[in-house]
Design a protein around this ligand. Sequence first.
Ligand code: ARG
Ligand code: ZN
Length: 875
Amino acid sequence: MTARDDQTPSPIRLADYRPPAWTVARIELEFDLGIDTSEVHSRLHLHRDPAQDAPLRLDGEGLELLAIALDGQPLDASAYRYRENVLEVDGVADGSVLETRVRVRPAANTALEGLYLSGSRERGFLLTQCEAEGFRHITFFPDRPDVLTRYTVTLRAERERFPVLLAGGNPDGAGELPDGRHWARFVDPYPKPCYLFALVAGRLEKLERDYVTADGRRVALVIWAEPDVIECCHYAMDALERAMRWDEQAYGRNFDLDVFHVVATHDFNMGAMENKGLNIFNAKYLLADPDTTTDDEYRAVEAVIGHEYFHNWSGNRVTCRDWFQLSLKEGLTVFREQQFSADMYSPSLKRIDDVALLRRAQFPEDAGPLAHPVRPSQYSEINNFYTATVYEKGSELVRMLAGRLGPEGFRRGMDLYFERNDGRAATLEDFLAALGQANGIDLAPYLAWYGQAGTPRLSGEGHYDAATRTYTLTLRQHTPPTPGQPDKRPLPIPVKLALFDPDGRMLPLHEGATEQVVVLDTQEQSFVFPGIGRAPVPSLLRGFSAPVILDYAYLPAELALLLTHDTDGFNRWEAAQQLAWRAYAELRDGRGHQALAVWGDTLAGLFDQATLDPALLADLLTPLSEVELAERETDVDPARIHALRQTLQRELASRIGAGVLADRYRALTAQASDALDAASQARRRLKRRVLELLVLLDAPAAHAFATAQFERAATMTDRLAGLAVLVRSGAPQAAGALARYRTRHADNALALDKWFAVQAQIPGEPALARVRALEADPKFTLKNPNRVQALLGTWARGNPSGFHRADGEGYRFLAARLAELDALNPQVAARLATAFNGWQRLEPVRREKARAAVAGLAEQSLSRNLAEIVGNMLK
Ligand code: ARG
Ligand code: ZN
């Protein structure tokens, strides 16, 4: 394997961590901004750690060094060396000031890391992305999160082309310069690591709102976007205000600058970035308007606004010592974001969404060649570790800790964590210590969760003894090996449980409570419940109290009881998932229809229950995804999984009945509105699900409904649902609807992304031809990460039967595109390459073809990002 960069990738190890030999107390940065070239002048006020005597070494990648001076004296070429992305300078003393002037090339920066151009040369704007290691593409600096520095940033540019100049921190003057140029200065009073630095310059419009924090600070909230989309920022502004109030109330955290800027860009590698005082968002997580934004997208905007805002404390005021601690800020902030969304919407629906995501994205990661602990012990390219494991599993670990401490104890612990670590670069040990010490509890055993990869399997067995009226629950755990970790230790697994009597009533447990948490912290343990009059049905792992895979040999009738009676909304859904899985296995193995009948009939029975939330019903009616089904199989054949899952759904539909489905569809349509409240969203969610089921029984009727819905929809949710049903089921009306959608939304990038994505989801072999045709569309480009994700990402990562063709063409096609994309944007290429994850578990024909495609890729000259993913995949 060859890596394209000059350096061969030698892994960075957590065990090698040393505090910085040099820190920077203050930096004065001056930018002369231009689209093709920008110049960056920096003045670093340096301090040496007296305990170390290493020479000054600064990171810098692709910088053209124009001038360098130490303590006011220009440096002789013999006094410094710039090679292999490091600038080494001789003769630096504690208190020295190092000045450099460099040139960078924003318009040529297709990797979207460092300083780059968003949009066209004529109309676009300049912006930066520094996390994780982008700052070294802007100037020379110790680019590591444990170097905290006070920033003074001065921006200069042509006023006509760059009327708006922004950087993080408080404004500190602005004015005119000769030749039509102007300047603006920002001072950030809070020391920060360089990954939180940001600037933005260009023609942007703003929305502004005054906000007064709970502790009385007046803050100007300003959202910036290009003129054509500024009116799509009102929803984000409302969401921002909700998030700020929520953090004040839930965690006692206030905003701490005079101004908070938020900027939207269509060219962004990730979702959004929490730069201090200047958050930058991928437009798809900021812009919202009724004509083009779906309900799910509205909720995502609110969640990501919350996420980035919450980072101001969990990430910025308290940051990470090194990138191995990434989950310290990301897992914690995802957890805070999930709590916020649950409070704004519905806790159990939110929990279902989050667990479904964990199973779809994180479990496969944890079970394959890319498995890594929430705190990895080594990496070659840190950008490859912004993963579902670090984010989503990391959040699950915080949730377990919060559950262990209870709401008040957790708040006490968080208060202590923020107080102790404010202004510091902290570790996961610091986090557990603060939570534990505030409550007099030793949480150290939970640290094992951070270091051990793989999803634990929890098996349970219940035994009822009528003579002694006791119920005994025996729990066992086992974590399968993962790369580099053959042997696993037992972990503390909190299991929240309740017991139901055969009539569906909850039984009183300890001290009259109906719910209890038992913690399994050895390989096997039994828990005894006395005073139980009849054999109970256990409701285990309620609310998904630990990120594990549960095996419990329920009878179908027991699952039906939980599905009907459980008071935990999440566990009702879980019972439906378990039943659907059994029904699927019966169909696959051709052995009777017992679970299928129970699943179908129970759901058919719930279908008309007036008290059931339509959104929960929609989720209950959705069997596990093809990705999750593949996780449970060996010799995976995605085409067969797709076909079986369709059969499963057809069975469900026919047990409910075409007439009942059509009636419900009509009733929901009659109630349609364009309102965004939870009840309206819930009805739209159910309406889509009903239509998806009906199309399996009576395609002509469903196609007529879908077409009418598409044409008359008052919301994007309904329009897109109609379109998706037509396109995925191969309706004769699909082509016309696609053409009309395309014309209607021709100038809206986010709406067009959905047009690409919906076609990338066509099941089976025809998907590839469609993807190829769409690549030739004038609106397709490999240079835009959202467009790449919409077409190639949706197809390769979200459409298993479309990607995994038996002839291997899908694999060869993706490998070719990855090589091309890698030359433009390594981060996006590396993420897309994870589509190959799980190839070892495919059936032999596909397996060999996938292996050959990945191996062929490995022989090419690749970025460090893609080389690491491909290399791990072949290990
Ligand atoms: N910290 C950002 C967030 O809130 C993610 C930025 C990651 N960027 C990257 N290039 N890896 O999730
Ligand atoms: Zn984050």
